[in-house]
Design a protein around this ligand. Sequence first.
Ligand SMILES: [Zn+2]
Length: 474
Amino acid sequence: MRVRLGLIAGFLVGLAAPLVAPSFVSAGGCPDGGEMIEHEVAPGQTLSGIAVKHGVSQRSIERANPRLDPNKIRSGQKLKVCLPGKSSNSKKKKSSSSSGKSCGGGKIITEHEVRSGDTLSGIAAKYGVSVDTVVARNAKLKKNPNSLRVGQELLICLETKKAKNSKTCGYRTPLHTHVVVPGENLGEIAGRYGVRRRDMIRLNSKLKSNANLLSVGQRLRVCPEIAPRDRSKIEYTVKSGDTLGGIASKYGLTTHELLGYQRGKLKNANDLKVGQTLVVYKDGSVLPGFGGYDDDTGVLSSGVQMPSGKYYVVKHPNLAYGTGDSIRLIQTAISAYRRVWRSSPKIHIGDISKKGGGKFPPHRSHQHGRDVDIGYVLKGDKADEVRFVKANASNLDVNRTWDLIDAFLDTNEVKYIFMDYSIQKLLYEHAKKKGVSRDTLDELFQYPRGKKRGHGIIRHSSGHVNHFHVRFRK
Ligand SMILES: [Zn+2]
């Protein structure tokens, strides 16, 4: 069938031109006779989203627009898109022509070209599918899930509806709708999903005029970095011997949250009466289709080595390769910190990634150049010790460390910071004393919700008592 079509096409072309099939048509054309269309970028659209929409690879759009900076896509911008051609003689052609084809159950195949910084779970989350779904269509990954290589073409079987839903989230995560419960502020809600308040405001135009005016039952759109959980409203009858703190911790809540749920009917712990009914919003399991955002494994190509600097020490320069963005952001944060603190011990920069990325034991992550370990700023004789030293209430320079953390957060590109719960407490109390608002504390810190609760940008992970770990978004 394919041969016959080819002959007919060849014959038609032959009428006007010599029977030579060039693999690339003249300037501005598409390879292999594909049709070129113009795509106007819609607000919030990303290159990967546009690629999925047209059933082509991101790389092919980059090839058709040589001057394009894939990280700077603007709404209204016009991009050339080459739709897959009909001829099929090269191997590459064959794979891109499966793009857009059905893979059963109303699903379509899309193609993803692995890029530096990509991770298996990141790719899965981008398309709103499970890691298993990604692996299933790719023999190499089936054999060895660690065989991810830059430039590799992956076929992904995509649920069309799901992909459409997560377009707003740049295909990183599915879109979730949060329903506001009593006592919640925007910071609390942002923290619940591991995002910033401004991420929420961007997605919910109503919040632009007044982010502090939330009403119970209001629906807010969010692209969750922490997987949303099923939430149910239950009633709890106070028993003899109950304390407010006890009831709260039974459900993994803070007393502040529990009080908020009562809509003013309970002012404080002393008002608690046996037989009284309390409203509790209880978190259940992760909602289907969400999760798997811990993109810890991956690769790094064209990594940049952290240069030496006046205000910091790079512990192991040969283990300090990052994405260009991450390296720039670390430098930006340290410079901003030094504008506040003219005098300070040097900042200690630990591991980022190996040259080329990939597995980096004993770290679980640090594979794609977007993770960096940084020492806490300490007081006393250990301040200039290059080896990471355990921080505690007596040696931690809370003032300086908080400002350093703040400088990182100010880059607006931090995905999360891993920090031991005990250090979170010290910084939280300090920030609170300094007048940082409740909204901001709720947005940033997991503390005081317990180290097991997924909440905030700053979260507990064991092994982070002598350094903190910053994961950048890019
Ligand atoms: Zn680390």
